[in-house]
Structure formats: structure tokens, C-alpha cells
Design a protein around this ligand. Structure first.
Ligand SMILES: C[S@@+](CC[C@H](N)C(=O)[O-])C[C@H]1O[C@@H](n2cnc3c(N)ncnc32)[C@H](O)[C@@H]1O
Length: 422
């Protein structure tokens, strides 16, 4: 089951590990991040494990759910995210305590700027092909006007960060092709409803201002929240010592966290070709076959960091390498799986290092079965946690997955749950 299918299944199951309920919650709803988990569940766990004192770490912070949940219950937090666009989303959401008056004034200025100028469609032909596929010339012209207005604004940085997020949040609703939030772009599908970018920007900013007012009236002193854009496997910044870890690492499920925001990054001019995704993929945990070109799986298997799971991992590696010979796509799942566990071995060590000696961690994880070969993710991550210096682990299953087999590529029953590490 692909990670996209997993997100869809989670959404329909309304489980505590999905982001759908967050779309009704102040601030969380500013950007739909299907890879995220439930904020209300995160608040409950942080309260139970940490209380108001102490600091929670999320080494795979994504859109910042853990950090916002920590603020809601009065706890300090540290978050690490290596995908630059996703880190910017989380950073902008953490700006909710900015002056609402300054935000509204800046929004009026942006809207006046955009409404006062004719939408230019003459530059459409020189826009990147992906954008030409996804937008009408008018809508892309309007989005460019909003972007220019924000760029030229003299508002303070936190206000501009919020406006940037408002613009990012309307990018997909302003496209007429299949761009369901946080999915790869589907240029051959069309959408029933397409928003007018300038009106949509105004509505999005007003939603954000209302949420800011709500949070500012309910959270008196917003607790410290430190977000670091870095690769947890090889941190260049020393993290403060934390008391508890709550996180959801990427799953070994072939979901490409770099490609997933290609539309946004192309609009921003950060990427213009597949090659530009490479440096982003390089800072991500290996969880996708697209990330594996040139990867030396056999050398990775020899790494001392994999000692505790090598025998079983090696068997899965060779089985996957065998199975793929008969498959059309010949996907390099064997490399992905080794890369994934080696990445997670480094991550476990960094996590252990940033926790107090009696610290505890909760990982939301799911197993996987590429080409039908079962990978016992929670067991192997548990072993890597012990190798990193933790004392014990246990797995609490939350739900079964892949039980409806119609149209499924394989019929291996899977599950998802919480890996608790002490
Ligand atoms: C499952 S998502 C986390 C979602 C998050 N719980 C939320 O609610 O928004 C995993 C995140 O880990 C990030 N990630 C992947 N590799 C990373 C690395 N090496 N260091 C830090 N973050 C990484 C991905 O970009 C992705 O945003």
C-alpha cells in the first residue's frame, strides 16, 4: 500500500493518527498536510507524559502539529524538519502570536496592490511547464501579483511569513487540474471548483486572523517553541535536552516528500527540474525508491549501525532484489528498505542523545510490504532503539490496514500504531 493510499485510508477511518480532524482546528487548518497526525491526540499524549513542565521533541516535525499541540497544553517544544518547504510551513504556523492588527493591515495592502493592477497574462508562456499545465493564465497572473505584493511589503517578517503561508494554502485550490492537497499533481484530472486567487487569499487571511485571535485569547504565555531546519541523522545544531519525544517518521512506503511539494516549490522558483529535487531528497530519510539512485545497498548492509537487525534485513534485501526481477517497474525496494533502516538508526542515535536519561519516546509507525514482502517496521525500529541506548520497547496497535483487498497489489495484512520506547 502506498503512503498516499494510507493517508486516504486513515482519513476515512477517522483514526487518531490522521490529519483530517485538524482541518477544523485553529492554526492546524492553515495548511492541509495529509502526512500529519491528530493534534488533539498529540495534546492528550503530551499532557499525560509531560504535563506542563518539560520539553517535547519532534525530530520529524512536518507541519508542526506536535509543537502547536505542546503550546496548547503549555509545554515547551523542539522540532526538526529537513524538507525546506515543509519547515517553512511549520515556521509560519508558529507565528500565530503575531499582532493581528499588523497582519490585517498588511493583508489590506496586499489586496489593494493586487486589485489595483491589471492581471498580466503576457508572461504565461515563459512560466515553468508544470505551472502552465496547472493554471489558467489569469489565475497564475493573479497569484504572481499576490506574490509580488507580499515581496514588496514592508511588514515585519512574521507577518510576511503568515502571508506567504496564506498564498501557499491557496495554490492548489486556485488550480483547475487534479492537485488534491499534498498529492502529486494530476494534470489530466480537472476540479469542479476553482477559487479566484485574490478573493481566496482574502478569505484565507481572515480565517488565519480569526484563529490567531482565538489562540491569543486562550494561550496567555506561549511556551518556547524552537524549530530547526536540519537533517536529524546528521544535526549541525546541538539540540537542547528534551524530556519526551512524540513523532511520526516517514514510513518505508515509497512516498516522496520532496516531490509532494513540487508544485509549491516550482511556483516559488526553488525547483525547475527533477534534478533540483535531488538536494532535497538527500536530506530526507530514505523512504522512497526515487531517492535510491546510486545507493550502495550492500555496503550499507555492512554498517555497524545495522548489526542488531542485519540477518533479517539482509534476507528481506535479497528477497526484494529477487522479486523485482519479475516486475515491470523493477523498483529498488531492496535499496529503499536498507536505506530506510540505516537512516532510522542514525535518527535513533540523535534522538537518544537529545533526551534526558529516563526519557521516553512515542513513534507513530506502520509496517509495510513492498512487492508483498513483509517488513516488520516496529520490531526493527524497536531493535534500533535498543542499539541506540534505550532500555525497552513495546508496540500498541491502533488499527489494521490493507484489510480490504479489492484492487490491492498485495494481500499482506498490515497495521499501524504507537511504538513506545523507554
Ligand atoms: C510523517 S511526516 C510528520 C508529520 C507530522 N507529525 C505532522 O503532523 O505534520 C514525516 C516528516 O519527516 C520529515 N523528514 C524526513 N526525513 C527527515 C530527516 N532526515 N530529518 C528531519 N525531518 C525529516 C519529512 O519531510 C516529513 O515532513
Amino acid at each position: 500500500m502506498s503512503q498516499l493510499e494510507l493517508f486516504a485510508e486513515r482519513a476515512s477511518a477517522r483514526s487518531t493518527t490522521n490529519f483530517v480532524t485538524n482541518m477544523k482546528l485553529p492554526v492546524h487548518r492553515w495548511y492541509r498536510y495529509s502526512a500529519g497526525y491528530s493534534a488533539q491526540w498529540a495534546e492528550r499524549v503530551i499532557l499525560a507524559e509531560l504535563g506542563e513542565s518539560g520539553r517535547v521533541l519532534d525530530p520529524f516535525v512536518g507541519s508542526g502539529t506536535t509543537m502547536l499541540a505542546a503550546q496548547a497544553v503549555g509545554s515547551k517544544s523542539v522540532g526538526v524538519e529537513s524538507q525546506p518547504f515543509v519547515a517553512a510551513v511549520a515556521r509560519s504556523k508558529l507565528n500565530w502570536s503575531t499582532s493581528i492588527r499588523a497582519f490585517r493591515e498588511a493583508n489590506s495592502a496586499v489586496l489593494s496592490y493586487a486589485r489595483a493592477r491589471p492581471v498580466s497574462i503576457s508572461g504565461f508562456g515563459s512560466e515553468p511547464p508544470l505551472l502552465q499545465k496547472c493554471y489558467s493564465a489569469e489565475n497564475l497572473g493573479s497569484l504572481r501579483l499576490l506574490q509580488a505584493a507580499i515581496r514588496e511589503s514592508e511588514a515585519e517578517e512574521s507577518v510576511r511569513g503568515l502571508q506567504w503561508l496564506a498564498l501557499m494554502a491557496i495554490l492548489r485550490p486556485a488550480s483547475h487540474v487534479g492537485t488534491a492537497q499534498w498529492q502529486y499533481v494530476l494534470p489530466n484530472k480537472s476540479k469542479a471548483r476553482v477559487i479566484n486567487p485574490i478573493d481566496g487569499f482574502g478569505v484565507q487571511c481572515e480565517t488565519m486572523a480569526a484563529d490567531m485571535a482565538h489562540l491569543q485569547s486562550t494561550i496567555a504565555n506561549s511556551p518556547m517553541a524552537m524549530l530547526v531546519e536540519d537533517d536529524i541523522r546528521s544535526m549541525s545544531t546541538e539540540l537542547p535536552v528534551c524530556d519526551f519525544v512524540l513523532t511520526s517518521p516517514p514510513y518505508a512506503n515509497n512516498y516522496d516528500y520532496a516531490d509532494a511539494t513540487r508544485l509549491e516549490m516550482t511556483f516559488l522558483g526553488d525547483v525547475s527540474s527533477w534534478a533540483d529535487l535531488r538536494p532535497i531528497r538527500d536530506v530526507l530519510v530514505h523512504s522512497c525508491t526515487q531517492h535510491m539512485s546510486g545507493y550502495d545497498g550492500e555496503a550499507a548492509l555492512e554498517s555497524e549501525h545495522l548489526d542488531c537487525i542485519r540477518r533479517e534485513l539482509q534476507a528481506a534485501y535479497w528477497q526484494l532484489d529477487n522479486v523485482r526481477q519479475d516486475r515491470g517497474g523493477r523498483k529498488a525496494y531492496h535499496l529503499m528498505v536498507v536505506g530506510y533502516f540505516l537512516s532510522m538508526a542514525y535518527a535513533m542515535k540523535a534522538i537518544r542523545k537529545s533526551l534526558v536519561s529516563n526519557g521516553k519516546a512515542c513513534f507513530v509507525v506502520g509496517d509495510s510490504a513492498p512487492y508483498g514482502v513483509h517488513i516488520p517496521v516496529e520490531k526493527w525500529l524497536g531493535c534500533l532503539a535498543l542499539a541506540a541506548g534505550f532500555n525497552s520497547y513495546s508496540f500498541e496497535k491502533i488499527r489494521d490496514r490493507n484489510t480490504k483487498w479489492k484492487n490491492r497489489k498485495h494481500r499482506v495484512p498490515l497495521h499501524e500504531g504507537h511504538l513506545w520506547v523507554d
